[in-house]
Design a protein. Sequence first.
Length: 553
Amino acid sequence: MTTDATAWEQFQSGLEPRDVRAEVLTSWRRSQFSGVDPEHAAVPYVETDVDSSFARVAVPVLTGMATHLVGHHSCLALSDAAGSVLWRWVSEPMLRSTLDDLRVVEGFNFGEEHVGTNGLGTALETGGIAMVRGAEHFVHRFHDVTCVAAPVRHPITRRTIGAVNVTCRAADTNALLPVIVGKLVEEIRQALYTAATARERELLAAFLASQRAGPGPVAVVGDDLVICSAQAAELGFDRLGLWDAIRTGAAPVLPADLRADVRLVRSDGTVAGAVVTVCEPAATPARPGRRRGSGRADAPRPATADAGPDVVRRVAELAAEGPVAVVGEPGCGKLTVLREVFGSALVLDAATYPLDPGAWLERLRSGGATVVRHAELWDLPAVRRVAAAVGERRRAALAFTVTLPAGSGSPAGSPAGVLLDAVGASEVPVPPLRRTPDAVVAAARAHLHGHDPRLTFTADALAALRRYSWPGNFAELRRVVRKAARDADGCRVGAADLPAEVRCARALTPLETAEAGVIAAVLRAHGGNKSTAARELGISRTALYAKLRAYRL
């Protein structure tokens, strides 16, 4: 099936074209979500190492193929893992001029998020061979060419380190182009393996042997080298930091829920690296109590697990000096923190204040420790009356909870902020779950034990719990654990027992985390107005909406 310009125009006008390959239509949708302009998208220039070790190995292989393509009106190109061109060769001057205009030149980046559907970008996005013919390109000015590309994975680390691309005029499209690209990729992989050091080969052999020995997550770490199984890659621990600890003789640092067996690998009499085999988490010792489904008789108190000892300790220290406010997103455990500190304190809810303000304020004036929930619900007149009532209290512990939208850092400037200033309350932020993966695991295991002491999570389930962003925080976590405990087959809760949105979640990279933080800050500055936020960020509203969905903001 060959896509013509009519289908492209239908898609750009908002219609769903029929005569388009499924993989191309999916890429068009990704391009649209990323905010790529189909008429005016510019190919960005990115500083890159055109003389990288990958290029030094791959370019001779491509040059050898180039001699067979003279007179075939084609171009060979090599890119890095981000889609930036490292090298190119063009068979004839007229095609070279066309490709210069299209910026198929060293240093220019063809990532799908910048240029939309194209050979290099789409191959790197999907991880497989991509053939994009003429009008299948998302950006109109590429409709005169055909691109075929495939990613190159390093034979030792198995990570994608770049891509090979063949370009020709759309009229010269040849069914053999994917065959040529596949042959080039395989030859480059062989050349990379030949160029690998003896140490790297020893580590690869150790990795393969460990994988054959069992199904658990396996990682091999060494100087500037990490090889890991897909399971190990999802666990989220610092593999290079682990190697630093092993090399210096320190105890390996792993997340609280993981344990691992470490075996050193030697090459030529020296330590070349280490094989790290992650073991299933140790089962939580069963406590005497009622069986599953009969209540929570001897369940560990989720309060301590949910709140986190550091937050509880800080609140207790500040509460001894005066009023305190715990601030955070919905469901992040604010009331749990205060109950942990104040025990059986009187709990008042600001939501009930309008029903009978006089009686409500009288209860607030009474002695004894008092916790006020949802202080963010008051308006300024109510804040003034509450502040006056607080001034009439005998010296007794007083605390507030303030719920803020996701991404907000402080109630400063709001009526709740005015109240906290008036009563001199110290603020303690309670972090959302997405920032504390260890707290996710601790709370999940505590709640699971509460449902049935015999149940434990498998390693893949814990990895999925860590990756998920938990927009509903502990309230959502409790719901997920409750359902998983009910649906588990046997005494082990695996990833398959978790909801699809949890087990399929992707962990954000540090760069993505930083970007999500910037977007959240700009949205706050503009009061949630997405149009003005997109203008300040320099992206389209479509791209902003896509990022909000991806980062669950």
